[in-house]
Each structure stands twice: as C-alpha cells, then as structure tokens.
Write a new protein. Structure first.
Length: 201
C-alpha cells in the first residue's frame, strides 16, 4: 500500500502538479535556461539534486527544531538559508567537475537559491501534512515529492529546450521571434500538461 502512495506522489508531482507548468513556480530559470538542450539538462539535474536534498534537510528542521521550539513562523527564512547553502555546494561541484556547464548555466545556477519551485517544494511538504504528528513515513514522502518535483522541472525544461531549438530554424514571422514565441510555446505546453489533471492514479 505504501508503494502505491509513493508512486502517486511521484507521478502527481511530475505530471499533474508540475511545479513549472501547473503551479507556475520557477518560471525564471525555465525560460532562461531552456534555450539549449545541454544547459537545460544540466540545470535540471542540479534542480533535482537541490530539491531532493532540500526536502530531506528541511523536513527534520521543521519537525524537530522549529515546531518544538514554537518558531514555525521562521520557516521561510530557515528554508531559504538551507537552499542557499545547498546551491553553493552544487555550484562548487559543477564548477570543479564541468567548467563548460558552469559557464553555460551562468547566472541561473546561483538563481536556484531564489527559484520559488525549490522553496515551494519545501513548503508544500509541510502543507501536504507530511510533517504532522502521527504522519507515517513523512520524511520519505517529502523526499519523493522533492525528487518528483525536480524530475517534473527537468522534464519541462527538456521539452521546452527541444521545442526552442527547433523554433530557431523554423520560419516564424518576424514579430513573433524571440520572447513572443517563447511565451506562446510555454503557454501551450502548460495547457498540454493540464490534460494530465484528469488522470486517475
């Protein structure tokens, strides 16, 4: 029974409640990094790592530090500090392992800190009731939701990057080139993902 719950959380965060295309969180890196497929994949992997690790770290901080001490109102500040530290770690690792990817991601890598999708997954883990007293396997559910959110973010980035690369060689009217066709494409992609909301998992 628990496996079905985890599969439901994973599939719903990838398709039905996709942070970018359904919840409209993290649009800045989504539109900024989706020009090239290589940088989209690199950014997606970084976001998967940060979202999963953020979910793993923020859950016990909230449940065992903030709530018992009566300071759950500090959740946003504490979560942003945790995310900033994780992003610094990811940035240092990518710079060391792949300098080309580090330069391709440019300013968008440090912007993961302010990516509202990453903060959104940490907050939604709490509002989903995973940290409630008596909730079974809350930490694992939080990590699965964070991992699924990262995969959904990456999927949206890869699809958008593939479409944008094709649009660069397509015959598009002059007035629609650049930002207008990007917004139209993102809107159509979001509408396509809204079709998943009728899925029975």
């Amino acid at each position: 029974m628990e496996i079905k719950v985890f599969v439901t959380i994973l599939l719903s965060t990838i398709f039905i409640n996709n942070y970018v295309l359904s919840r409209m969180l993290g649009l800045c890196p989504f539109l900024g990094v989706s020009r090239k497929l290589d940088s989209a994949i690199g950014m997606g992997l970084a976001v998967i790592f940060v979202m999963s690790l953020t979910s793993f770290i923020t859950y016990p901080i909230y449940k065992h530090v903030l709530v018992p001490n009566g300071i759950p109102y500090l959740v946003t500040i504490v979560f942003i500090l945790v995310i900033a530290a994780l992003v610094q770690l990811v940035e240092m690792v990518i710079k060391k392992i792949s300098p080309a990817l580090y330069h391709a991601l440019g300013i968008f890598l440090p912007l993961i800190t302010t990516n509202c999708a990453v903060l959104g997954v940490a907050v939604l883990n709490i509002t989903s009731g995973f940290a409630e007293p008596g909730a079974s396997m809350g930490l694992l559910k939080s990590v699965v939701q964070g991992f699924g959110g990262g995969i959904g973010f990456t999927l949206a980035l890869i699809i958008m990057a593939g479409i944008r690369e094709r649009l660069e060689i397509a015959d598009i009217p002059e007035n629609l080139r650049g930002v207008p066709i990007t917004f139209i494409t993102a809107g159509l992609l979001a509408l396509a993902f809204f079709g998943f909301s009728g899925m029975k998992i």
